[in-house]
Design a protein. Structure first.
Lengths: 155, 506
């Protein structure tokens, strides 16, 4: 498993790799999240220093976007589409069933840290709705049993 | 034996990877040599995974396939044989200009791209002046396919004429609208087409750098396009001397971060620059002060991916398709509760009813169609009473609706329209960038007001109408400005679900 407590030097290396780009802040945040499954608080002053921004500005950007997490997610991440096309095919009932079964609200992680359930607004699978994603694997015409089976297979 | 199995996300979501693996195993077991190509999708999503096998007559289609159906592919007959792909009704009835290669070629084979008309447009453009390039786009009548429908050539001309040391071509691939997947499909199925379109735009407008702002919800599209750009750079389609012309153009993929509002062009530009994706007031137009303060073309994926065919076949060829001021073709994306969902590229002008009933085959559930939302979460709901409306920018405007990115989401008669109206407001509240008050506060009040209506307070209906007027007139961008479309159309078409009929009777 990826370790989630990077050192300042590890973060600096990720920042430096993106500095050649125009507008590097989002690529930096993505690189850190990709490496550590979240953007740790300690990274913000390092980013601010490298880009000559204030910490508040970096925090403002990070918190604007749904993708960036302050803490790592569960070992498995289930994303269920909540958008209209999926709703027309029963996405509301599907997400309710999954959340109820795990005892979670949107964005929550099970107590044992195994599963996080997040909403997503459109995976572009609108012609085979409802759609979901389990650990990056796309599922069309999803139902609760299929999602449970994917999670079991991934565990 | 040559076999095609799509690697499009929708096909994968329906099991195409498993089918491809089963084909490898079965071929090995039988000692048959198989050339397995992972193509894009043909767009018939209800038939995915759609496997094609090369025959002397042409490519034969089989679907929807499961791993269990694979062994029979090597036998004489197959229960899921559909006939020649090109002869299928769905394929034959289309006018595939933008999507001509999608599903046909290996998306990452530049040789196949060229063999099927690719790069001919760019070669022609390289012999033209910037002014001639822009004139060709104007003549084609191409209008922005992202939804606003602004004439692409006029936008390009503004950037071309602007004086600056650096200009940009930015492709808006933040396709966040539910019911739309054309951008994803062409990027995954024919990425060189977008690259070629952007290169023509760059050379026409004098921009040397392009960015594709691609949403993070599309990891497959990001991977395919990133690889395609590398390939294009290796062979000199991109770089210091595009196809040896001495003209420079290069491009890069930038990944979004889950903010719907970044599909709005000024918010996208802020995000690209590394800022909060907050909407900018216009003017200045992005064409004059866009990315990093420089003149910038911001175009949708489909607009840019349509440019190569316009240059390959000529602007007049493109313009002779269509209806009135809606020239050319539009990739309809038929989605939601529909029997035959998928992408169908056709000239403007088909009626909404034809699209839903004839192409779509009615609902997947077999129940009656109640409403169709056209143009994403900010698009109006239309009822079967409006099914004779022709698909065109002005025609939909006349119905108080919009075509947006041409996604259609079908709902059957179990749909809860008050619930859908509430969802529209809730979505706007979640995704509002917070810059302007009508959107930031209005959407929250909209949810509350709809909850009052749901609780039986019909007196809140005029309040909702008034709030929607304020949002429409007072918001900076389409998020706050267009959220009233689904809300008000639901109220107008289904007043009984909002308790309005009871009030009128009293």
């Amino acid at each position: 498993m990826r370790h989630s407590n990077p050192t300042p030097d590890e973060i600096r290396a990720l920042i430096d790799a993106e500095l050649h780009r125009e507008g590097p802040l989002l690529p930096i945040l993505h690189a850190i999240q990709h490496a550590y499954d979240h953007v740790p608080e300690m990274a913000l002053p390092l980013i601010a220093e490298a880009l000559n921004l204030t910490r508040a500005e970096v925090h403002g950007v990070m918190s604007f976007y749904h993708d960036f997490r302050k803490a790592p997610a569960g070992r498995h991440v289930v994303k269920i589409c909540r958008a209209e096309a999926c709703q027309s095919m029963g996405a509301n009932a599907l997400s309710q069933a999954v959340l109820d079964k795990l005892g979670l609200d949107w964005g929550g992680t099970t107590a044992d840290g195994s599963v996080t359930v997040e909403p997503v607004y459109c995976l572009g699978l609108c012609a085979c709705a409802p759609a979901a994603m389990v650990d990056g694997k796309l599922i069309g015409r999803a139902d609760a049993a299929r999602l449970a089976a994917e999670l079991e297979g991934a565990a | 034996m040559k076999i095609w199995v799509p690697m499009d996300s929708a096909a994968k979501a329906l099991g195409s990877d498993e089918v491809a693996e089963a084909i490898r195993i079965e071929a090995e077991k039988r000692g048959v040599e198989v050339e397995l190509v992972r193509n894009g999708t043909r767009g018939m999503i209800w038939l995915e995974p759609l496997v094609e096998v090369e025959t002397p007559e042409g490519r034969m289609a089989f679907g929807p396939m499961s791993p269990a159906d694979v062994p029979a592919l090597f036998e004489e007959t197959h229960p899921k044989a559909l006939g020649l792909t090109e002869e299928l009704d769905w394929m034959k009835r289309q006018t595939r200009l933008t999507f001509a290669r999608c599903g046909v070629t290996d998306p990452l084979s530049l040789a196949e791209y060229e063999a099927n008309g690719g790069l001919a447009g760019l070669r022609r453009a390289l012999d033209m002046s910037g002014e001639q390039i822009v004139d060709e786009v104007k003549l084609s009548g191409l209008r922005g396919r992202g939804g606003a429908g602004f004439p692409t050539g006029i936008k390009w001309d503004t950037v071309r004429m602007a004086h600056a040391d650096r200009k940009y071509i930015v492709c808006n691939a933040d396709e966040g609208d539910s019911g739309t997947f054309a951008d994803r499909m062409i990027i995954e199925g024919d990425p060189f087409c977008l690259i070629e379109g952007m290169a023509i735009a760059g050379i026409g407008c004098g921009a040397v750098q392009g960015y594709v702002y691609l949403r993070s919800e599309y990891p497959d599209a990001i991977a395919v396009l990133t690889r395609a750009i590398e390939i294009a750079r290796e062979v000199g389609v991109l770089g210091d001397s595009v196809l040896g012309s001495g003209k420079t153009f290069d491009m890069e993929v930038r990944t979004g971060a889950g903010a719907y509002v970044c599909g709005e062009e000024t918010s996208l530009l802020n995000s690209l620059e590394g800022k909060r994706g907050v909407v900018r007031a216009k003017p200045p137009l992005p064409a004059l002060e866009g990315a990093f303060g420089k003149p910038t073309v911001v175009n949708n994926v489909i607009s840019l991916a349509t440019v190569p065919v316009i240059f390959e076949k000529g602007a007049e060829h493109y313009a002779h398709f269509g209806l009135g001021r809606s020239k050319g073709t539009i990739p309809l994306q038929i989605a939601g509760n529909v029997r035959h969902g998928g992408l169908f590229e056709t000239a403007f002008g088909m009626s909404l009813g034809q699209i839903v009933e004839d192409l779509g085959g009615g609902t997947a559930s077999g129940r009656a169609v109640k409403a169709v939302q056209v143009g994403g979460p900010l698009g109006a709901y239309l009822s079967p009473d409006q099914f004779d409306t022709p698909f065109g920018y002005e025609e939909f405007d006349g119905q108080g609706a919009l075509i947006g990115h041409a996604g259609l989401v079908v709902f059957d008669d179990t749909a809860d329209m008050l619930g859908m109206a509430r969802f529209a407001m809730e979505f706007c509240a979640v995704e509002s960038c917070g810059k302007c008050t009508p959107c930031r506060i209005g959407a929250v009040r909209g949810v509350e007001t709809l909850d009052r209506i749901a609780a039986g307070d019909a007196a809140a209906i005029p309040l909702l109408t008034d709030l929607c007027e304020t949002m429409k007139d007072g918001s900076l961008c389409a998020l706050g400005g267009f959220t009233p479309y689904p809300v008000m159309s639901a109220l107008r078409l289904f007043p009984e679900e909002f308790g309005a009929v009871k009030e009128a009777a009293e």
